[in-house]
Design a protein around this ligand. Sequence first.
Ligand code: ACO
Length: 364
Amino acid sequence: MISPGLKGIKAAETAISFIDGARGILIYRGKEAKEIAASRTFEEAAYFLWNGHFPGREELGNFSEKLKQYRQIPSHTEKILHLLPNDIDFMSVLRTAVSSLGAWQPSIDAAIRLTAVLPTMIAYWHRKISGLAPIVPNPEYGHVKNYLYMLTGKEPPDAHVRALEAYMVLTLEHGMNASTFSARVTTSTESDLVSAVTSAIGTMKGPLHGGAPSEVTKMLNEIGTIENAENWIRKKLENGEKIMGFGHRIYKTKDPRALALKKILLQAGQDDPWISLSLHVEKTAVKLLEQFKPGRKLYTNVEFYAAAIMRSLGMPDDLFTPTFTASRVVGWTAHAMEQAQNNTIFRPDAEYTGEFPKSFVYLE
Ligand code: ACO
């Protein structure tokens, strides 16, 4: 039997996260992700995912020190970033920069190094292609605040830090999604953690996975007004096209991450015309998807409201997927470590549908 896309196939055991797609529940190591996002920092959530417990004061202090220490881009990687032409797409740049880091074996220390340096790389590239000088990390700031600071060179407002922190905690892990699976497959060959994350970045960039939020802004820009929404969505569905930010392999109800992000967005301000447009497009698309694809249970996924959150932070579209990468690296590295601890190499079979040689005879 073939399962295209490995739908419904359990390919590993994991203690890292659990998703109940029918009820819309996401659990990180026994705790609901939305509760962690509402009460913990990105640092605490990452520490929790890797270690299985939240850090005490001293553990958090040591952990933050390490993040600080590893935030700087190594000089050889900075030279590579400097040499890369500005018209290469952002995720390919990240894939190349991360790949140049070396060959660190799966360990929490290596996971911290990758997590610490990614936002600095993203900010470096963003400023380079904008014709701006890079900003060095501020040792006084936490992980998420530093990221926003390195992008703009200004101290970000607390509301922006809180919104991005919630987004990053809600997206740092999500079971056996395509990029995490990539990381686990690479690790299963006893390759290193940098290679696992490089594979995952290459997988993340596709529009059916991490590339969706910028497609969502493109869609909302094209729709433009509330009045235009129904016709625009109907036409797309009549042409057999997909509506970006809707549908999910696992969630057959509302994605709990989308609900949590929507709540944050509504707290930020309902008068923003972009927010009203997003709310209207959600309502209209869900109605039309039920008409065109009855019974498929297509609702907003995390990417739909991620796009609105990023936009409310003033982030340009090309930063959406890299920002998702800066959070998901935590899940990738957690899974790579879990895979390395209890490893079987991934090597599925395929049903051959091609020709056999005419003169082919099976030997008994
Ligand atoms: N718009 C229109 N129809 C859709 C959509 C959509 N967004 N999503 C699924 N469908 C339809 C499919 O055409 C299919 O119809 P069919 O039964 O007539 O063939 C049915 O619903 C089932 O969908 P599949 O694509 O088979 O579901 P799958 O689990 O393979 O795909 C996926 C999930 C890739 C997320 C899909 O819903 C999609 O392409 N959505 C749009 C892209 C997107 O938003 N991606 C971000 C996902 S979240 C993340 O990766 C972090």
